[in-house]
Design a protein. Structure first.
Length: 415
């Protein structure tokens, strides 16, 4: 008997598919359970701040939709999505998009799942950044691909490494704007080089952009799909600019790929909630996002600044220390995340329980790597806690790191 398809226990009649063995729980979701303990300050979850949800606008939109078109709003709907919403999505993108190329999805996570079903065979070679979004790896893995990590630096994908690995790959999955988990933004020069290198090699790009509108000082450079629309599939989301509970996102795909994505969507859930789509369409009328998103940017920038100030105060560089002997972090230009690295000899997984004991939680960085995870890295989300909670949480994290360092006398952290 094929042990990969045996029933989960000897007393169960259920026989699991082989692909079920490839499915694993989200490390982040498991860690989030820890944050449910009273008094924990969480830098772990990638959750938008509920203070940014436009509740009054949703209340008005719900009333209007139920008053003007209740039967249509509560009935089954087109699998492609609500027509006016598809037109609004097409109009807000920075290249010429036919609304017929827009597929409304149940969150952008479903977009990843649909792409996986349509483009991946068992053994298919896929390229991802190192590190990359864990949820994408979870969506791709059940299709049994060969996931290959491409090296990155502060500017984004390493073009030389990409060129050496591109042959035979189905696509490169990439988050150019305020990436989850690192918060980095791909530079203009690197974007231009990446699009050129991919086009020359016939390598499609799967561009995921849930955070692109959340810039703090200046907008990020033009996206990848906008530079070569026929060579890219673009994923977007309403979760970060309106509310994640709506579970609405979208895919923009070339016409050669769109029909199969639509068929996969029909098989998955027939259509995303029509009522929610009409509400979002109503809220977005009259340029609401242009007025609303700047308020999110202002709040998140203040919280990022608070975290940077607290880290610099609580974990300062000491004379003579190298970057390998102290905690280092980046300065994201937007989004929701900051990426940090512990001194050599430390492991973020080992640090986590010490931090939780002191009332703060984070996400270890190693699970975000498809291969060869860096155990010293960690992701800190700064958008949900208040400024005061950020200050207290970073102080608690610093005390946990110092306690950990005391157990490893070779470290120079407390020297």
């Amino acid at each position: 008997m094929n042990t990969s398809t045996t029933n989960a226990s000897t007393n169960s009649p259920w026989m699991l598919a082989a692909r079920a063995a490839k499915m694993n729980p989200s490390v982040i979701r498991e860690i989030l359970k820890v944050t449910e303990k009273p008094g924990i300050i969480s830098f772990a979850g990638g959750l938008p701040s509920p203070k940014t949800f436009p509740v009054a606008e949703f209340e008005q939109a719900c009333a209007k939709v139920l008053r003007d078109e209740p039967q249509a709003a509560l009935q089954y709907a087109a699998s492609e999505g609500f027509g006016p919403l598809r037109e609004q999505v097409a109009a807000m993108l920075p290249w010429n998009v036919d609304p017929a190329q827009v597929l409304i999805t149940t969150g952008s996570q479903q977009g990843l799942d649909l792409v996986a079903k349509v483009l991946i065979d068992a053994g298919s070679k896929l390229l991802v950044e190192s590190p990359t979004y864990l949820g994408a790896v979870m969506a791709f893995t059940p299709m049994e691909p060969n996931i290959v990590s491409v090296a990155t630096d502060d500017d984004g994908v390493d073009i030389a490494d990409l060129k050496s690995k591109a042959s035979g790959a189905r696509f490169l999955y990439v988050l150019p704007n305020f990436q989850n988990p690192t918060g980095r933004t791909m530079s203009e020069a690197r974007r231009a080089a990446l699009v050129t290198a991919a086009a020359e090699r016939g390598l499609p790009l799967l561009e995921d952009n849930p955070y692109g509108d959340l810039w703090f000082d200046t907008p990020p450079p033009l996206g990848l799909t906008a530079r070569n629309p026929e060579g890219g599939i673009y994923l977007g989301s309403f979760s970060k600019v309106l509310a994640p509970g709506l579970r609405l996102g979208f895919v923009v795909a070339p016409k050669a790929v769109y029909p199969k994505l639509l068929q996969a969507k029909q098989a998955a859930d027939l259509h995303s909630p029509g009522f929610n789509q009409r509400i979002v369409s109503e809220v977005m009328k009259d340029g609401f996002l242009d007025r609303h998103v700047p308020t999110i940017r202002t709040q998140y920038k203040a919280q990022r600044d608070a975290m940077l100030e607290a880290l610099a105060r609580e974990l300062p560089a000491r004379p003579g220390q190298s970057t390998d002997e102290r905690v280092v972090w980046n300065t994201p230009a937007g989004g929701m995340f900051l990426w940090a690295r512990l001194p050599r000899g430390m492991n973020a997984v080992d640090l986590l329980p010490k931090a939780v004991e002191r009332g703060v939680a984070f996400v270890p960085g190693a699970p975000f790597y498809a291969t060869h995870g860096d155990p010293r890295t960690l992701r800190l989300s700064f958008v949900t806690p208040s400024v005061e909670e950020i200050r207290r949480g970073v102080a608690a994290l610093a005390r946990a790191i110092e306690a950990y360092a005391a157990e490893l006398p070779a470290l120079a952290l407390t020297a």
